[in-house]
Design a binder for this molecule. Structure first.
Ligand code: BDP
Length: 696
């Protein structure tokens, strides 16, 4: 067991359970005349064969109880005869229903289009994998979000920006001829959780990906993914017309530049008729963009949108922008993008990171959500744990994603959740999307650790339905990935559910943020002021001094609070109403401030850091009881990684307490252990190599 199979292990079920299911799997009625039907059939055979010991024989008609019927009314007269309302399912939805055909009980997996039947098949197999009853099924599923997309930050040289799972899985050198089997497994895994798009290359993009040589390679990947309902997208470099088109400018209003992009789009669609579109990081962290020509983000996005529109492609334009202009970085994306609401073409989505800064362990939701009603806003989550312990820390991101999605923007009164912005229901958008920065690499286990696979999994499931519970998703994942044994499932799910809060506590409790090591982002460095720009320095964010700590974003501070709807702004502006989890995000607070507990801020800060380490100790303890329920390979790796996590949690706690104590000048509250080393020691640590950082 090396984790390669992910949650699609399909190992033989316990004898009794398999026997029950076998009576529901006596014959298979499907067709395999299209590529998607072919892979659907292959998955069924593989899944049922593995789980039940043998796959049922294929048949043209239902002749006994226990048939499984899969397909669309167009693919099968048996399904047409069921007269189910498949039209309302749309392109990707499906029904799984217990039906009667010719007097026999059968299970029908039915969709309007082939891809829905594949999704339904994965759902059905999941029911078996998680040992659910399939006696009386009546499931209808339609995705809430249209574009459910992974963003790979993969460079063409094989390195993955912020990747902690090995190298890029795209073997550009051997493409287009060699289509590694791994590409198919990648597509299967994504389809199993409803992901229907992938951006292959880093947002910090080179122009090279748009050259004919690379487009051939991209087309080969698109061919592999197509049967699984996955479209490819590319990150594009705004200055590509200069770099590979040999134009003098990339000005979006220049007719030659517009023509270049139109031609490029035509060229791409000739090779890849279902190409998804472009993802763009422009005028952000040194990337070129329309502002280089005194044009707006809308000018830039619209030019690309016009090139893609005739082919049905979209532009996903990122709102991750900030510059060293002296303004609070947390305010900048909103300031730049809100005025552009209503100025984008219909096929442009603005892709917004979940929080206003940068994928921190905890941030408030971005104030852009709800603030641009005329523009479809896409969610961007970071699945790779750049700020949450890389590969080794066990941090299940479900609770983080869910916290953001269930946040109430209040823009149209109570219940205006971020999820409703993302699924389009709040402002009536049909073009909707959710992106996740992938944690996938060449490691055998794909994601750098077994538990990181859960973050890929939960992203896909929440992109399909942002209202699902992260606990339910965790439970399904544990059952599929490890075992259905309740003695394992319950404690492990509990451990996962608490893991994100543990990381917040040992890294950035009470609303602290951006205090990690510079550039490589490994470990704590709240003292750091070495970066060229103020807004890259941890000291800019934590502002710890003799008086107190935290960033004043109230109306008397940077006034970031007023970017939120009034009800939310009033809450964040008032220190007594701000949730303590975000206290230091919005307020600069004196060390002796009284917290809800009655203790001082200084006490609570130390207590939270300590709690985080204690939680990791408890996670290790929990895991130590899991030995024997699963294979020794995965058990052992998780155990070792938890030991690393404990060591690093302790490091975070001790280094942060040492630094903040150097600022507060206060004695450690009684009962808390002092840091193991001096502040100087923590400040002196340097690293020859840290994965995921491209400038080594
Ligand atoms: C930051 C990452 C950097 C990315 C950037 C982005 O550190 O590597 O390029 O986000 O999202 O969090 O563009």
């Amino acid at each position: 067991e090396d984790g390669y199979e992910l949650w699609l292990r399909y190992h033989l079920l316990a004898t009794q359970q398999a026997a029950i299911y076998r009576s529901h799997a006596t014959q298979l009625i499907e067709s395999a005349s299209t590529p998607t039907q072919t892979v659907t059939r292959a998955e069924l055979l593989r899944g049922l064969g593995g789980l039940l010991g043998q796959a049922p024989p294929s048949s043209d008609a239902v002749t006994s109880n226990g048939a499984i019927i899969v397909g669309t009314p167009g693919s099968s007269p048996v399904i047409a005869g069921l007269h189910l309302d498949t039209k309302s399912l749309g392109h990707e939805g499906y029904i799984i229903r217990t039906v009667e055909v010719n007097g026999h009980a059968a299970t029908a997996i039915v969709a309007h289009d082939d891809i829905g039947a594949l999704y339904g098949t994965f759902h059905f197999l999941r029911l078996l994998q998680t040992e659910q009853s399939i006696d009386h099924l009546d499931v209808t599923q339609i995705p809430h979000v249209k574009l459910r997309v992974l963003n790979h930050w993969d460079n063409l040289n094989g390195q993955v920006e912020r990747g902690y799972a090995g190298a890029s899985i795209w073997d550009w050198w051997k493409l287009p001829d060699w289509r590694a089997p791994r590409y198919t497994d990648y597509a299967r895994a994504n389809a199993s959780i409803g992901i229907n798009g992938t951006v292959l290359n880093n947002v910090n993009a080179g122009a090279q990906i748009l050259t004919p040589t690379y487009l051939q390679k991209v087309a080969a990947l698109a061919d592999v993914f197509r049967p699984y309902g996955i479209r490819v997208y590319l990150s594009v470099r705004f200055s590509a017309p200069i770099e590979i088109g040999h134009l003098k400018t990339a000005d979006p209003l220049d007719p030659q530049v517009q023509r270049w992009w139109r031609d490029k789009a035509d060229e791409i669609y000739k090779l890849i008729p279902d190409f998804g579109g472009f993802l763009v990081k422009a005028n952000s962290e040194g990337q070129p963009g329309p502002q280089d020509y005194h044009r707006t983000h809308a000018d830039g996005a619209n030019m690309l949108a016009d090139a893609l529109a005739p082919h049905g492609g979209v532009v996903m334009w990122r709102a991750f922008v900030y510059s060293a202009n002296g303004e609070d970085r947390a305010k900048q994306a909103y300031d730049e993008f809100k005025p552009l609401d209503g100025h984008f073409r219909d096929n442009v989505l603005i892709q917004v990171k979940n929080g206003p800064i940068d994928f921190q362990p905890r941030e408030p939701f971005s104030p852009l959500f709800g603030a641009m009603p005329k523009t479809p806003l896409m969610m961007e989550f970071e699945i790779t744990k750049e700020y949450l312990g890389f590969a080794t820390h066990l941090v299940y991101l479900g609770p983080l994603f869910q916290e953001v999605l269930s946040s109430d923007t209040m823009v149209h009164g109570k219940g205006s959740t971020v999820a409703k912005v993302i699924d389009g229901s709040l402002d009536h958008h049909t073009l909707t999307g959710m992106a996740g920065v992938a944690n996938i690499g060449t490691d055998r286990n794909w994601s750098g650790s077994d538990f990181n696979q859960a973050n890929w999994y939960v992203f896909g499931r929440l992109a399909w339905d942002p209202t699902l519970s992260s606990r339910t998703i965790a439970e399904q994942w544990v059952r599929m990935t490890f075992t259905n044994n309740p003695a394992f499932v319950k404690p492990v799910v509990d451990m996962m559910m608490g893991s994100r809060e543990a990381a917040v506590d040992y890294m950035t409790p009470l609303g602290l943020h951006h205090i990690m090591g510079p550039n490589h982002h490994y470990g704590p460095a709240p003292w750091d002021a070495s970066e060229a720009r103020a807004d890259w320095r941890p000291v800019y964010y934590n502002r710890a001094d003799h008086q107190g700590i935290g960033f004043d974003r109230t109306r008397t501070g940077s006034d970031a609070v007023d970017q939120y709807a009034p009800a939310v702004a009033d809450e964040f502006n008032d220190i007594t109403k701000t949730p303590e989890t975000l206290l230091l995000w919005f307020h600069h607070v004196p060390w002796d401030y009284r917290m809800h507990s009655g203790q001082t801020l200084w006490y609570e800060l130390v207590a939270h850091y300590t709690q985080g380490v204690d939680d990791v100790k408890r996670m290790r303890e929990t895991w130590s009881h899991m030995n024997g329920y699963i294979d020794p390979e995965r058990y052992q790796q998780v155990a070792t990684f938890l030991a690393i996590q404990q060591k690093e949690a302790q490091w975070w706690r001790d280094a942060c307490i040492a630094y903040f104590q150097s600022q507060s000048g206060l004695p450690l509250p009684p009962g808390f252990a002092p840091p193991q080393h001096s502040l100087k020691y923590y400040q002196s640590l340097t690293f020859d190599f840290v994965p995921g950082y491209s400038s080594w």
